[in-house]
Design a protein around this ligand. Sequence first.
Ligand SMILES: [Zn+2]
Length: 310
Amino acid sequence: MNYCFGVDIGGTTIKMGLFQFNGEVIDKWEIKTRVENEGAAILPDIAASVKEKMEKYKLEKENVLGIGVGVPAPVSENGIVNGSANLGWKYKEVKHELEEYTDINVKVGNDANVAALGEMWKGGGLGNKNMVMVTLGTGVGGGIIIDGKILGGAHGAGGEIGHICVNYEEEEKCGCGNRGCLEQYASATGITRLANMRLKKDDNPSKLRETEVSAKTVFDAVKEGDALAIEVAEEFGKYLGYALANIAVLTDPSVIVIGGGVSKAGEILLTFVEKYFRQRVFFANESVKFALAQLGNDAGICGAAKLVLN
Ligand SMILES: [Zn+2]
């Protein structure tokens, strides 16, 4: 029992990895996600790929402790998914079905939660047992790790940080149907929206008037000292920083890790978030550290593997 598989199922590709217990990656590869026919081929494809690698590395079932799987949907404690729009799945007993195909123990978790576990094991949260991770991508994802374990909750929806209400007066709707969610201000889409609203407010000069507005161009302009872009970054930092201060009161983490495409802006992003976090943090949470995620696209397979080891 020295090996485990980590599987990260996305809407276009399935990332897979073979790990040793110490975290060393033996092999890393991808297969296509076949979403047609309600995603019926996804789990059989994963099983076939696992078998193929076991043959390649001459592994017997006795050598493999399990297969960890991250899924883009809430996942119940017994590995059941009740619909995933990205994969075409309706009701799916992921754990049970994949165990049938492989005869290997399977553990399943939500992809954002699993990525958080990966960052704690081998990335920005290394050495911590209590961690909050925020993923700033098209949306805002999150994962909360308490005492080394994912906070899954009663419906597998624990740690959905993106849908905390941070603006009670918001009139536009979030993708979830609510109004005023963190995602509307702190995601790549949210930052673009804040920037466009700011640009419309007056005619003040800005580099952003000469380029396509995106989270990347906003932070590029911030780095060049663009006053209007800095205003946008301050607003973003205020929403996310205050929200994280609230989350810290509930979860008391030792580290907050920020990842996702927006975090490619680098350390400068953390300065805007931390500034407002420090303004509102509860005194008992003052020593929280901030870190950038380090594993990029590999966080999912690492965390999925760790799911098996926990
Ligand atoms: Zn929402």
